[in-house]
Write a protein that binds this ligand. Structure first.
Ligand SMILES: *Cc1c(COP(=O)(O)O)cnc(C)c1O
Length: 389
């Protein structure tokens, strides 16, 4: 085991050859069409619809504006049930829509919103569910669909972690009313900043397309309160170039996943998140592990700190929980005793470095360091480099 010379971060953006981007930029320059749903946008939208295997797709300038637009398109109001274990964009988008948040607990294995918790949280004011496919593990989409049908609720999935995920040979975005994807630079697929909504029918797609363009229906008519959510041509061009190297990136990520799995299997107190049987294609966007409080030699926080000594930078994902933010902590559903699983997982989950350009040797070393730290005797300083090397 060795200390890495420079810090290894948790993610690194996928960069296609600059020449591929330049070629597309030239097309944009020649056409003088910079934004407002030009040729690059149309090409990317259609390519992603196929890649993600969803019926309809609409591109956005980022995932958060896409979530806001989804709420508007589905008329979310009253209360919406959501997860405490997600990125800030999930609850914030609901708050910006003006709906009341109700948090439900998560499944301690999939880390996703529990169907039973959704069912318990429903009141006469509930209009929808916003659930995140955390780390690309699918929510229990069938149970959620059943609840939504019985209670007449809309379902929005935050699929920011779920690019490329398929369940039962269907794109994850073919479940629920609307699924949001984020194309931020730190995500698997990206357009520097960007995002998309998938939906199930052409009428909804048309509605979303108009909402993201100020609700302009045509030259003569603005039909409602829209927003500017458009993705520009330069970013769409970058996205097309990134998409062309996606297969290669995925192959690398499978390899790195396997290295982590090989070394980390059997380490006491450490668990990889299990991939449900229904998954027919993995997303491969994150590498989360759970450092179980009751069994591991170090806590998640101690491991996180100890790894820094080796220049291995991990992330306490999701810490703090959304329910711990000042703006939400006083909600009745945010009390820790209401969400015991999320409260525990929030202190046990750690995301490891995961990206295609990570070398095999680096992945082996990271995994070996973790193995060592979690297996060294209690009285040994866990990050005693002299001993470790
Ligand atoms: C990245 C992310 C978002 C937001 O995406 P942006 O494109 O950065 O606005 C939303 N939800 C989750 C879970 C995310 O990880």
């Amino acid at each position: 085991m060795y200390k890495h010379e420079s810090p290894i971060f948790v993610a690194s953006p996928l960069l296609p050859e600059l020449s591929a981007v330049e070629e597309r930029l030239k097309q944009i320059w020649d056409s003088k069409w910079l934004t407002n749903i030009g040729p690059q946008h149309k090409e990317l939208e259609s390519a992603l619809r196929q890649h993600l295997r969803v019926p309809e797709l609409s591109l956005f300038c980022n995932g958060t504006i896409a979530l806001l637009t989804a709420g508007k398109a589905l008329n979310l109001s009253g209360e919406v049930i959501t997860t405490p274990f997600s990125f800030a964009a999930t609850p914030h988008s609901l708050s910006w829509m003006g709906v009341d948040l109700v948090f439900g607990d998560i499944d301690p294995h999939t880390l996703n919103l529990l169907p039973e918790a959704i069912e318990r949280a429903i009141t006469p004011r509930t209009t929808g569910i916003m659930a995140t496919h955390v780390f690309g593990t699918p929510c229990d989409v069938e149970a959620i669909e059943d609840i939504a049908k019985r209670h007449n609720l809309k379902v929005v999935y935050d699929g920011a972690h779920a690019f490329g995920l398929e369940v039962n040979n269907r794109g994850i975005g073919s479940y629920g009313d609307i699924t949001m994807y984020s194309f931020h630079a730190t995500k698997l697929f990206h357009t520097v900043e960007g995002g998309a909504l998938s939906c199930q029918d052409p009428d909804m797609k048309q509605h979303i397309d108009m909402l993201k363009n100020f609700a302009i229906r045509n030259e003569e008519e603005v039909f409602g309160i829209g927003i500017n959510g458009k993705l520009n041509e330069v970013q769409a061009a970058i996205g097309l170039s990134v998409l062309s190297v996606m297969d290669k990136e995925r192959t690398r990520r499978v390899r790195i996943y396997d290295i982590y799995k090989e070394v980390l299997t059997g380490v006491a107190g450490l668990e990889m998140v299990k991939i449900p049987d229904a998954v027919t294609r993995r997303s491969l966007q994150y590498m989360p592990v759970l450092v179980r409080k009751s069994e591991a030699r170090l806590s998640r926080n101690e491991l996180h700190t100890a790894l820094k000594e080796y220049n291995i930078i991990t992330r306490k994902y999701f810490h703090p929980l959304c329910t711990q933010y000042d703006c939400y902590k006083d909600l009745p559903s945010a009390a820790p005793d209401q969400i015991p699983n999320a409260t525990r997982i929030g202190s046990e989950c750690l995301a490891l470095p995961y990206y295609g350009s990570l070398k095999d040797e680096e992945a082996y070393n990271i995994a070996e360091v973790i193995r060592h730290l979690l297996s060294s005797p209690m009285n040994q300083k866990p990050y005693d480099l002299a001993r470790a090397c």
